[in-house]
Design a protein around this ligand. Structure first.
Ligand code: PEP
Length: 249
């Protein structure tokens, strides 16, 4: 039986005060039957790390450099994330792929670097609207899985959660139907079984992301292959994030 895993990606939002207020509300008013992660911007990781220490709220980062250290102005390394108590890093988010040109190879380099330093990973995959309309959703997602996990071992897979996020559903208010999402999740699980084993594929947590809200979380989570949610907009307010993290309360 896989656990439910709800993650909030705050993207480039929140001042320090807003972030600390939000964490305080989540900790005071939320319950943590499910696994719950928040990924604030880099600038707030230190403050939020202190705020969540000793609680059930897991600290994530939204990205990291392909390099460990050195002359990479403006970048943040895996060592810096570890130093701040970050548990998990989100890699391959569609905004990193489409706006910042991150290829499968770049994402694979980051995945291997995160694994080397014992960071857990939420590895995002998903097709664009054009790719879906051209019947390419399955191929795009499968290729992203194969390329992103190149050189990743069976035992490394214990540190990896996959997030399926159809790009056309992110921040748009359009959600994949639970049936469509589940069918892509099944394709991902089958591909993981083919690359690794049934054991690895059955343990793998696959989150769905794309306009998840309190009103649709239950029907998504009811599907066999949907084990969690990666939440953007609705993660920015306790009143919308708490009902998602407590969808099965
Ligand atoms: C995301 O960016 O990962 C995301 C799913 O955003 P939203 O929930 O706002 O669609």
């Amino acid at each position: 039986m896989r656990i439910s895993y709800i993650a909030g990606n705050w993207k480039m939002n929140t001042t320090k005060k807003e972030a600390l207020d939000l964490v305080t509300e989540l900790l005071n008013e939320g319950s943590f039957k499910n696994k719950v992660l928040i990924a604030p911007p880099y600038t707030l990781l230190d403050a939020i790390s202190n705020a969540v220490k000793g609680t059930n709220l897991i600290l994530g980062a939204q990205n990291m450099s392909t390099h460990e250290s050195g002359a990479h102005t403006g970048e943040v390394s895996v060592l810096m994330l570890r130093d701040l108590g970050v548990d998990t890093v989100i890699l391959g988010h569609s905004e990193r792929r489409s706006i910042y040109g991150e290829s499968d190879q770049i994402i694979n380099t980051k995945i291997k670097l995160a694994l080397k330093h014992n960071l857990n990973i939420i590895f995002c995959v998903g097709e664009t609207l054009e790719e879906r309309e051209n019947g390419l959703a399955e191929k795009v997602v499968t290729d992203q899985i194969i390329n992103g996990l190149e050189g990743v071992s069976d035992s490394d897979m214990d540190s990896i959660t996959v997030a399926y996020e159809p790009v056309w559903a992110i921040g748009t208010g359009k959600t994949s139907t639970p049936e469509d999402a589940d069918s892509i999740h099944r394709i991902i699980r089958n591909k993981i079984e083919a690359i690794y084993s049934k054991n690895v594929s059955e343990k793998l947590i696959i989150q769905y992301g794309g306009s998840v809200k309190p009103s649709n979380v239950k029907e998504l989570m009811a599907k066999e292959n949907i084990d969690g949610a990666l939440v953007g907009g609705a993660a920015l307010k306790a009143e919308t994030f708490i009902p998602i993290m407590e969808y099965n309360k």
